[in-house]
Design a protein around this ligand. Structure first.
Ligand SMILES: C[S@@+](CC[C@H](N)C(=O)[O-])C[C@H]1O[C@@H](n2cnc3c(N)ncnc32)[C@H](O)[C@@H]1O
Length: 222
């Protein structure tokens, strides 16, 4: 497998290889190759990798396979390798992580769990959504070692004729705390709107289906 060389990443499947990485039945599961690419570029064997919103544990599986140490957290526990914690209060000491990956909710479009602290219960049309994600960003910065990198995956929203640039609005918050290394567009596949009727509606009613997500690659400098 080759490391991606451009800022456009397009993986047709959630998984790679024969063994599952995460669970492709989990709502909002991350394409495993995104994490594989980030770990190849920004970590080495033995490095400590954290995912504070780990869901079905895609980060866990990729990190273990690549001989990285890893800890995964989420409010919604679907496997024992993922520990219960709120991403705004990660139970780790300062300056401990070599890399953080996070694929956060990008609005209230998906139900992850009944937990009232789930940020996926807040619409991205509300400022509160970005206030809460900024708390997560500050917490990620706290646990990262100086000079180390995090990758944050997020998509925009178009719903009921209203576009919200969720990615740009999050980026404004991240930019307050981190230096930008680069931004990647990750092609979206397998979303529920990827059907003939939605493509027809997008053309007829003059709107766009979401074709990509942003992957912000950010560095803790100070
Ligand atoms: C897009 S999913 C992550 C998918 C995961 N990377 C995977 O591959 O399975 C977003 C996750 O954020 C979690 N989440 C939402 N609010 C949270 C919070 N305050 N603390 C921790 N996890 C949270 C949800 O439970 C959900 O699992």
């Amino acid at each position: 497998m080759l490391i991606e060389s451009t800022t456009l990443w397009d993986f047709p499947m959630q998984n790679y290889g024969k063994i599952p990485h995460g669970n492709n039945k989990y709502n909002g599961v991350t394409p495993a190759f995104v994490i594989w690419n980030l770990l190849q570029r920004y970590t080495k064997k033995g490095d400590f990798v954290i995912d504070p919103m780990a869901g079905s544990g895609t980060t866990y599986d990729v990190a273990v396979e690549l001989n990285r140490k890893v800890k995964c957290f989420d409010l919604n526990i679907v496997r024992k390798e993922v520990e219960k914690a709120d991403a705004r209060q990660i139970p780790l000491r300062n300056d401990i992580a070599d890399f953080v990956f996070i694929d956060s909710p990008y609005s209230n479009n998906i139900k992850y769990s009944d937990d009232n602290n789930c940020i996926g219960k807040i619409s991205c049309e509300k400022t509160e959504f970005f206030d809460e994600l900024e708390k997560v960003a500050i917490e990620i910065k706290r646990i990262l070692k100086k000079g180390k990198i995090m990758g944050w995956l997020i998509g925009d929203q178009w719903i009921k004729k209203k576009f919200t640039p969720t990615g740009f609005l999050l980026y404004q918050r991240l930019n307050k705390h981190f230096e930008t290394i680069d931004m990647i567009s990750v092609t979206r596949h397998n979303q529920t709107s990827n059907t003939g009727v939605w493509h027809y509606r997008a053309r007829k009613y003059n709107f766009y289906l979401r074709g990509f997500k942003y992957l912000f690659i950010m560095q803790k400098l100070t």
